[in-house]
Design a protein around this ligand. Structure first.
Ligand code: 13P
Ligand code: MG
Ligand code: MG
Length: 389
């Protein structure tokens, strides 16, 4: 946590406030497990020094081998915040190199980008909102961070919570009766040299079956944003949707997403948001980014040491003042209530591992994250011959 005595809030041009979470793997100890303490400390130092200038407040956490920086700031400082996060990750990566850690600067895929790290490797989620909207008398939100899996975990989570009153009874309340609109992105679409997205907007009520057809494709389609239909200016969720292999053209680790989601009042409550995680769904990721394994909810700052990796997810809940100051965080999975889900995930993992690399235990050839697997396939394809029967 940054924890610096707050300076005066910089003079705002408007009542708008931005939350940005930037997350990346820039090296880890003992394999793809956890960054070193010195790496986290240097990110905290960079954030801490910027509070009162570029930043209003900040928090630094880890999930598996990824470092996540949560920042509040004025919207106009967005480019500087992106540059700041890159600098912090770059310094942490330098430390990883010096310490001989694994995968140093793994997710820093380009040379220093200017003003926008999206498409350069780190995952970015960001939401801007008005601090004086009458429908939001208090602002609460959650940061969801995952390791050893792709952005598709949010397709599962948000696809349930924002469309199904059985999962979130709040959807039957007047403020949410009109439902939510999903902005879906084609994650495989890359136009070299251009910063463009291929997106479609679908109403999570009237167009639910069509939306579900995209949500099920966890490797192809991601959720860029979700907005309230009753209050269309209110964005409730943002998730990182970059596919590292699409950016780099080769395997660079799994995408390990981050999501921001505002909660309570006109939006689903934290308990509604968390409930789909009791499923421990099988997701793409795990060892070598190439398996289907269950997603285990774990406390923040947990190292990856589970069965064959095991994809993990953490969730931190905060309140934020109109001046951009965070409350202490609440670690949503640091509770014995989640022990039975963890046991279930463990059991599902062991059951899947019984079939080794066979069939659905591993991803389709096209999605295997290590390009070298495809090289072996190419060699085999050359050895295939046609024979008459
Ligand atoms: P990360 O994407 O978290 O670096 O993990 C990569 C991997 O190959 C794990 O086996
Ligand atoms: Mg790694
Ligand atoms: Mg990772």
């Amino acid at each position: 946590m940054c924890g610096k005595p707050q300076k005066e809030r910089p003079v705002a041009n408007s009542n708008l406030l931005t939350l940005t979470a930037i997350k990346a793997d820039v090296g880890s100890r003992g394999g793809h497990t956890q960054p070193s303490e010195e790496m986290v400390a240097v990110c905290e130092e960079e954030m801490h020094n910027a509070v009162g200038e570029t930043l209003l407040d900040c928090r630094v956490t880890t999930t598996g081998d990824d470092i996540c920086m949560l920042m509040s700031h004025l919207p106009e400082n967005g480019p500087s915040v992106n540059d700041l996060a890159w600098k912090a990750l770059d310094r942490a990566g330098d430390i990883a190199k010096t310490q001989g850690l694994y995968g140093a600067k793994q997710d820093l895929l380009t040379s220093a980008p200017s003003g926008n790290v999206r498409g350069a490797g780190p995952g970015v989620a960001s939401i801007t909102f008005a601090t004086d909207a009458p429908e939001r008398p208090a602002e609460t939100f959650m940061v969801v961070t995952a390791d050893k899996c792709g952005p598709g975990i949010f397709n599962f989570l948000f696809g349930k919570v924002f469309t199904d009153p059985d999962m979130a009874a709040g959807l039957m309340l007047p403020n949410m009766l009109d439902g939510f609109t999903f902005t879906m992105i084609d994650m495989e679409h890359v136009e070299p040299g251009k910063n463009v997205d291929r997106v479609i907007r679908l109403d999570g009520g009237k167009e639910l079956p069509k939306l579900k057809l995209l949500l099920r494709g966890e490797d192809e389609y991601g959720i860029l944003a979700i907005h309230s239909n009753r209050y269309p200016h209110q964005q409730v969720a943002s998730t990182s949707t970059d596919r590292l292999h699409s950016i780099a053209g080769v395997y660079k680790g799994k995408d390990d997403p981050v999501g921001l989601v505002r909660t309570q009042g006109i939006f689903p409550a934290p308990e509604e948001l968390m409930s789909p995680f009791t499923v421990a769904p099988y997701v793409a990721g795990d060892a070598r980014g190439s398996h289907n394994m269950p997603l285990m909810p774990v406390p923040i700052n947990t190292a990856v040491t589970g069965v064959y990796c095991l994809p993990i997810v953490s969730a931190m809940a905060y309140s934020i003042t109109p001046e951009g100051m965070f409350s202490e965080g609440v670690d949503m999975f640091d509770n014995p209530a989640w022990d039975s889900t963890r046991k279930k995930a463990q059991l599902k993992a062991m059951l899947m591992r019984e079939q080794g690399s066979f069939g659905c235990a591993m991803l389709p050839y096209s999605q295997l994250e290590y390009a070298a697997y495809r090289k072996v396939m190419e060699d085999l394809n050359e050895r295939f011959v046609t024979e008459s029967r």
